[in-house]
Design a protein around this ligand. Sequence first.
Ligand code: GTP
Ligand code: MG
Length: 340
Amino acid sequence: MNFIDEAFLEVRAGNGGAGASSFRREKYIPFGGPDGGDGGKGGDIIFKVNSNKNTLIDFQNKKVFIAKNGKPGAGKNKSGPAAEDLIIDIPKGTVVYDDISNDELLDCCDDNASYVIAKGGDGGQGNARFKSSTNQAPRKYTLGFEGEVRFIRLELKSLADVGLVGFPNAGKSTFLNKVSSAKPKIGSYPFTTLRPHLGTIKGNDSSFVIADIPGLIEGASEGAGLGIKFLQHISRTGLLLIFVDLFSSEQLMPVEQIKLLKNELAAYKDDLTQKVSWVVCNKIDLLESEDLSVYTKSIQNELNIPNGDIFFISAATGQGTKELLNALEESVSKNKLDLI
Ligand SMILES: Nc1nc2c(ncn2[C@@H]2O[C@H](COP(=O)(O)OP(=O)(O)OP(=O)(O)O)[C@@H](O)[C@H]2O)c(=O)[nH]1
Ligand SMILES: [Mg+2]
């Protein structure tokens, strides 16, 4: 399945129905009064959050949504029926923008929440409403109001607690596979992951969500590799894990990897280096323990990263992952408490 995380739509709410102009015509009542009913309201366009959806792919082919118009009023004071609302399901985590003003309209974080995104026009008034002491037989009625029309941009931003960033092949997907039931593809070639994956981790007392995104390379912010647009999926996470490949085939030293990754994170529009980030050195199963202590020292000294923020793991064998998950659970729970 393709993964689409941006979509452009036109939404047209329904117009209101016209009011009616009609007069009572009954046998033996020569001058029946006005009895034209009001028009019905046009249908609203409603966005409904559906947490079972995780892509905007439905909007790739269908881009214009039109709600029905309200029905006109009729004689005998009959109001026209209102049109049904048009309900559009969107994934949880979608941010809705007005594509013309660029204003953020909605941030759809709550399950099953519904939002009116374009309001249907009210119905017009029938001539019965215009009867007055001076005009007993008005013919006047009004047309219905037009429904709102909007040009919308949708952006999907995952609602994960923890985001994984790293060069391709660092082992991000291997880690997510190991610790959650998510099954992102793993490969010994770069850019195995082409779209974000979310995995839920069941901790000791709580669960949290980790987002695995495609690998970043130097120059990603200028479009190299898959670019940095996927960073939108970790822009809301409270914590980033910077994945370092200790056995990099490009022989890029851990400190260099971290520096390059941080540059790309800083180039993203929200400057993601402001986030709490821990360093996860992966593939320790391939290294001698002396090399490990050299790497630890160089990371601590050159980058000034505290000891508690560096983890050594093997995503493949699971070594060190339990300690990392415990620390993550604690940090995520604390973060959630701080938000309350
Ligand atoms: N020996 C060893 N190999 C690992 C470990 N973690 C990952 N690998 C291997 O490294 C390669 C890349 O792993 P992935 O999990 O696909 O890497 P990724 O970071 O998700 O890569 P992209 O999706 O391309 O960004 C695969 O061949 C994995 O089997 C580890 O801890 N030890
Ligand atoms: Mg991957």
